[in-house]
Design a protein around this ligand. Structure first.
Ligand SMILES: Cc1cc2nc3c(=O)[nH]c(=O)nc-3n(C[C@H](O)[C@H](O)[C@H](O)COP(=O)(O)O)c2cc1C
Length: 425
């Protein structure tokens, strides 16, 4: 839906006294989501690493670049589509991979997938989703989907996840590189809360045949990263955690308890979910196993971008994980121009972290991005109003982008170049 239609619908509803249920202003949207979510859920979704300086920097970077609108250019018809890996997308927005969406809404990934399909926005399915990728794909119908991979310490699991992604029609694999170790997340630490230890966000694992087969094997000897090794003291909260772990076991709570698999799954997950030793030399392993385009998510340095191109990678996502990993990191929008220079148009560049409106997407495209990924805003929409909330957030982003483009004097995305913006000191 384009900007004028979106505006028109909202104003028309206003005639009969209705205002949008999902706040249009993204700051109000976040406040509404905070009210709708539990304290733990909101902390997990909203917070950044350390003192939250990267989170602030992501926003501040957009504020220091301003659009310079041009006049008298006939913008009556506009085309906000972009091309990515041979597919034409109606708008430059995609849904970023977000784990543990059940924290926002019980319908989690399913509601998001339905919204994505209705708004024709591609969804990047998370490795840490609350729902098995096959079930998400069923809700997506014909809508484009990618799969986001966390490179497990088990090669067999990586292979299995990638072949499942191919089977559900994923059109690309985005390997997230910035989270081989979990960042220092102050707010989660303060309330001692990590959803995975409650069995949340591990549905891609518990639905995987390779992972399931591991549950009967003895745990690996070098399980230093096993966050569950120390048994918690039995009390009400520990019991609640156990109940949550059992509830999340796909075979049912009783079976999970009897077989010991529900607890074993959480334990095994903490041991193998990531590979901090990952190096450039590992990438051919993935290249040999899939013909799908491979993107590297988390690139922030132009030399890494250049190397990605040299290694035959198909695309990069300039991302700092929404400021959740390194406190005081470069903002993605600050990193973009040098990366765009290094890549020099050879592969597409996507950007996320801090996109809060159509104007931000415009600026990212002006400085070299082909498309952008939206993270928290859609999670907030999900928390406030489920599928409908995600749809409204997407309609607002797409609508604002379309109007910004026209008001800036551009009739197509290809006209959004560096000359359309200016940097202020
Ligand atoms: C609650 C939450 C969970 C996330 N889970 C994942 C994930 O499973 N995989 C991944 O690659 N990125 C994950 N991310 C990072 C997003 O894909 C994206 O990089 C980030 O949210 C973009 O920043 P924004 O939220 O400011 O838009 C997560 C982000 C949040 C907020």
């Amino acid at each position: 839906m384009k900007g004028i239609e979106r505006q028109g619908r909202i104003y028309l509803d206003g005639v009969s006294g209705h205002t949008p249920r999902v706040p249009v202003d993204v700051r109000k949207l976040e406040r509404a989501a905070k009210r709708a979510m539990s304290r733990e859920a909101y902390a997990y979704v909203a917070a950044g690493a350390g003192a939250g300086r990267t989170l602030e920097a992501n926003r501040g970077a957009f504020d220091r670049v301003r659009i310079v609108p041009r006049m008298l250019r006939d913008v009556s018809t506009r085309d906000s589509s972009v091309e990515l890996f041979g597919r034409r997308l109606e708008s430059p927005f995609m849904l970023a991979p977000i784990g543990v969406l059940e924290l926002a809404h019980r319908e989690a990934d399913r509601a998001v997938a339905r919204a994505a399909a209705k708004e024709n926005v591609p969804m990047v399915i998370s490795n840490q989703a609350s729902t098995p990728m096959e079930e998400i794909a069923a809700e997506l119908g014909e809508n484009p989907r990618w799969f986001q991979l966390y490179w497990s310490s088990s090669d067999e699991l990586v292979e299995s996840l990638v072949s499942r992604a191919e089977a559900i029609g994923a059109e690309a694999i985005a390997v997230t590189l910035d989270t081989t170790i979990l960042g220092w997340r102050t707010r989660d630490l303060e309330i001692a809360y990590l959803p995975f230890l409650r069995g949340m966000g591990i549905a891609q694992y518990t639905s995987d045949p390779v992972f399931r087969a591991m549950l009967d094997e003895p745990p690996p000897a070098d399980g230093d990263d096993d966050l569950t090794r120390e048994q918690p003291k039995p009390n009400l909260r520990a019991l609640g955690t156990l109940m949550s772990v059992l509830r999340h076991w796909p075979g049912g709570a009783l079976e999970g308890l009897r077989s010991g698999h529900a607890r074993a799954a959480v334990e095994r997950f903490t041991q193998i979910y990531s590979r901090p030793s990952l190096r450039w030399e590992d990438l051919p392993f993935l290249r040999d196993r899939t013909e799908l385009p491979i993107l590297l998510k988390g690139i922030l340095h132009p030399d890494d971008a250049r190397r990605a191109v040299d290694e035959g990678i198909d695309g990069i996502v300039v991302s700092n994980h929404g400021g959740r990993q390194v406190d005081g990191s470069i903002a993605t929008f600050e990193a973009l121009p040098a990366i765009a220079g290094a890549v020099d148009g050879r592969i597409p560049i996507l950007l996320d972290s801090g996109i809060r409106g159509g104007a931000d997407a415009f600026k990212a495209i002006a400085l070299g991005a082909t498309a952008v990924l939206v993270g928290r805003p859609f999670v907030y929409g999900l928390a406030v109003a489920g599928e409908r909330g995600v749809r409204e957030v997407l309609q607002n982003l797409i609508g604002e982008f379309d109007l910004t483009m026209g008001l800036a004097g551009c009739t197509s995305v290809s006209e959004i170049g560096p000359e359309t913006v200016t940097r202020i000191e």
